[in-house]
Design a protein around this ligand. Structure first.
Ligand SMILES: [Fe+2]
Length: 320
């Protein structure tokens, strides 16, 4: 698989690109089997009975183990992120070739049976797990249980603070609309990128046991204002689809894990891409051309694509 000019132009303009059928469907099925096989005995979720799939996990089934989280509606298996199956699926030759077309240069390689994300636990007790700490593979297999009969909740976007350059979310099972698929805010990468202090990283406040109230990612006021504007002025694109479909997204693209109002568990593999020399420029000032670390193909790409292509990418334009 090779990205054409239109796909590259669309990615540059919108900060995301849907690529249907980019992953092997049989391998998706194998990874689904592995996800279910890793669920401890006695859990109330029964694979063949969809009525049991509705969340949240009851208190007695909750797991805060950062390698295999089962909490609320989230079921995240990070140990699977370094298995040969998941690495062959999401870091396949063709997906890596597409990522390399966008990034150019020598890419970081995932390590089969390396350290999974979450190996060192969360950033602080009960806090988030940093995807850049001890993560030698993919982030893992991330599932969202159906919400059941609940009131609809508003969408709210965010960006990821850890250093990388290109994200990919691949559906390993068919996911309907409103079924918890990844959501992206088109064009947000161009609006948010200049609001950061650092090109591919973010200042953080360390966590101290004895001073617990102030910690984590430090956002600029400009960033917080722009996130607020994006939530009100931009229609999110939902990356629903079939097993094997992927979406590439820029590091600064605003996104969220969708709410799951379907009857089916949303099952996806999440992974990050970056170039080996990321450490050289991640802390630089974001001024100047935001594409200067990307491939010449991306740098030279125009921002034109057909209306039909934009429609296939689910982009809502003002004249729709
Ligand atoms: Fe995120």
């Amino acid at each position: 698989m090779h990205l054409n000019h239109e796909q590259i132009a669309f990615f540059k303009d919108n900060g995301y690109l849907l690529v249907p059928g980019a992953m092997d469907k049989n391998l998706c099925a194998t990874v689904r089997d592995m996800m279910w096989a890793a669920l401890p005995d006695g859990n109330h979720l029964l694979r063949d009975d969809e009525t049991t799939h509705v969340g949240p996990f009851p208190p007695e089934e909750r797991s805060e183990d950062s390698l295999h989280v089962r909490d609320g509606y989230r079921w995240l298996n990070r140990t699977l992120g370094v298995t040969p199956e998941v690495i062959n699926l999401i870091y396949s030759e063709s997906i890596c070739a597409m990522a390399e077309q966008l990034l150019g240069g020598e890419m970081r390689q995932a390590i089969v049976e390396g350290k999974p994300m979450g190996s060192q636990g969360p950033a602080w007790p009960g806090g988030p797990t940093d995807p850049a700490v001890s993560n030698e593979g993919a982030r893992g297999v991330y599932c969202t249980l159906p919400y059941g009969d609940v009131e609809r909740q508003p969408d709210a976007c965010h960006t990821d603070g850890h250093p990388f350059q290109l994200g990919v979310v691949g559906l390993i099972d068919d996911t309907p609309k409103n079924g918890g698929a990844f959501k992206v805010w088109p064009g947000s990468h161009k609006r948010l990128y200049p609001t950061y202090k650092l090109r591919y990283d973010q200042p953080r406040i360390p966590y101290y046991d004895h001073l617990p109230s102030f910690k984590g990612i430090l956002h600029t006021p400009e960033y917080l204002e722009e996130i607020g504007r994006l939530n009100s002025d931009t229609q999110a694109v939902e990356c629903w689809g079939e097993a094997g479909d992927v979406v590439f997204w820029h590091h600064r693209t605003a996104h969220m894990a969708g709410h799951n109002y379907s009857n089916t568990i949303r099952q996806a593999v999440l992974a990050d891409f970056w170039k080996l020399d990321l450490d050289r420029y991640r802390g630089e000032d974001p001024g100047g051309d935001m594409w200067r670390d990307w491939s010449p193909e991306v740098q030279n790409a125009g921002l034109t694509y057909s209306d039909a292509f934009a429609k296939a990418q689910r982009l809502t334009t003002t004249d729709d």
